[in-house]
Write a protein that binds this ligand. Structure first.
Ligand SMILES: NC(=O)c1ccc[n+]([C@@H]2O[C@H](COP(=O)([O-])OP(=O)(O)OC[C@H]3O[C@@H](n4cnc5c(N)ncnc54)[C@H](OP(=O)(O)O)[C@@H]3O)[C@@H](O)[C@H]2O)c1
Length: 367
């Protein structure tokens, strides 16, 4: 009886292939295995992409893969200011984010990855924002905080106390950016201070002092048209305005201001990017916006937000709805052809502002 052997039952000669042909066969088998695996992977990716364009949850949408924290093609996550500070390109807006909801919105935003919050003394929500920031335990220097000087505090002696109030409410000892909210100075009774409205330089000088004191890192303006901006900067400023926060959206795209700002190296911040509360639905229903959203597999709001960053502006969408807060952070580069289509259609109708208190305040703010 033959002894048991540890040798494999079938050896290399059993299939009739000579030892010389053996490596060729192994190589061929490996080639076909790799080919089959690659075909499977490509089919799966193609299938997922097709599915994602027909209504899968956001996570599967290409925007999440290409978004602010994803892979190429990317839009800038930050812009660099003259001070060298890097300002995140998407912020959580907070105008009309009321008590009881703004803190939760900030917490949701920080968890989603926002590191830029836009508020103002006039929004009356700085204290709740400050509490949410504290509760997040995110180090202060990792979150960009912008607030704004209200119209009734333009007199030089009122600027520092107003800033101190914002700082105390926000629970911080400095702001990353402080803006003159409107080029409109009002007296304490709400009447127009014509002199300080036409000449913002005394207010600006006070802001420069507060930068030197370390209470503000960057200063800028908001709602300044080109004339008002150039009038302010015709003074011998120690610090140039780093940004101009203005209304930029489909209904009021301001192409001349965008071009001028680019030429002068002034960063614009796009407020009311979705058309503010009254025109959001109209904005999201624009046929070209919907079409781009379908082609790219992103939402109409993401198209409008991405568009402003691609135009070179920081963008400040406001939401208190958790799913929208997450959605609004995921920006995607719009291919040139589609970007140009959107730019053309937005700039070919009569501009309409969503925010203009000119009549209420008795001054033609935008002239
Ligand atoms: N410097 C200034 O004078 C000035 C003036 C205006 C605004 N701002 C700043 O800019 C920020 C944004 O402007 P804004 O608040 O006027 O308007 P906005 O961001 O254009 O629109 C906000 C509205 O859009 C809704 N929304 C947000 N994301 C959405 C989405 N993905 N899908 C559908 N609806 C969505 C919000 O609803 P929910 O909140 O219910 O989700 C809210 O009603 C302000 O909050 C403020 O920080 C500054």
């Amino acid at each position: 009886m033959p002894l048991p052997t540890s040798k494999p039952v079938a050896d290399s000669h059993d299939d009739g292939i000579s030892p010389v042909e053996q490596p060729v066969k192994a190589l061929r088998n490996r080639f076909f295995r790799v080919l089959a695996a690659s075909t499977l992977v490509i089919t799966m990716i193609y299938g997922l992409q097709r599915l994602s364009r027909s209504g899968l949850p956001n996570f599967f949408r290409p925007s999440c893969w290409k978004g602010i924290h994803g892979s190429a093609p990317l839009l800038p996550t930050h812009f660099t200011l003259p001070s060298g500070d890097k300002i995140p390109s998407v912020a959580l807006g907070s105008w009309r984010s009321g008590p009881g909801e703004v803190g939760r919105a900030v917490q949701t935003a920080l968890k989603a990855g926002y590191r830029h919050i836009d508020t103002a003394w006039a929004y009356k929500n700085e204290a709740e924002i400050g509490e949410a920031l504290k509760a997040s335990n995110i180090p202060r220097n990792e979150v960009w905080l912008t607030s704004k000087l209200w119209n009734t505090f333009h007199a030089p002696e009122d600027v520092e106390p107003a800033l101190d109030e914002s700082l105390a409410r926000l629970g911080t000892d400095y702001l990353d950016l402080y803006l003159i909210h409107w080029p409109v100075a009002q007296n304490k009774d709400g009447t127009l201070n014509k002199e300080l409205t036409e000449n913002n330089y005394p207010t600006w000088q006070k802001l420069e002092e507060l930068v030197a004191k370390g209470k503000i890192r960057n200063i800028g303006v908001s709602n300044f048209n080109i004339r008002r901006f150039e009038k302010l900067t015709s003074n011998s400023l120690k610090i140039q305005p780093a940004v101009n926060q203005v209304e930029l959206n489909f209904w009021n795209p301001q192409p001349e201001l965008v071009k001028w700002a680019k030429e002068k190296g002034i960063l614009l911040e796009a407020y009311s990017p979705l058309g503010s509360q009254n025109r959001v639905k109209d904005s999201l229903d624009v046929p070209e916006v919907k079409e781009i959203s379908q082609v790219l597999g992103i939402t109409p709001a993401q198209v409008l937000i991405s568009w402003q960053v691609q135009r070179g502006a920081v963008v400040l969408p406001k939401s208190v709805t958790p799913s929208r807060i997450v959605e609004n952070l995921l920006i995607t580069k719009i291919p040139d052809r589609l970007f140009n289509t959107l730019e053309a259609v937005a700039t070919s109708h009569k501009p309409e502002r969503s925010v203009d208190p000119s009549k209420k305040w008795g001054v033609d703010i935008f002239e």
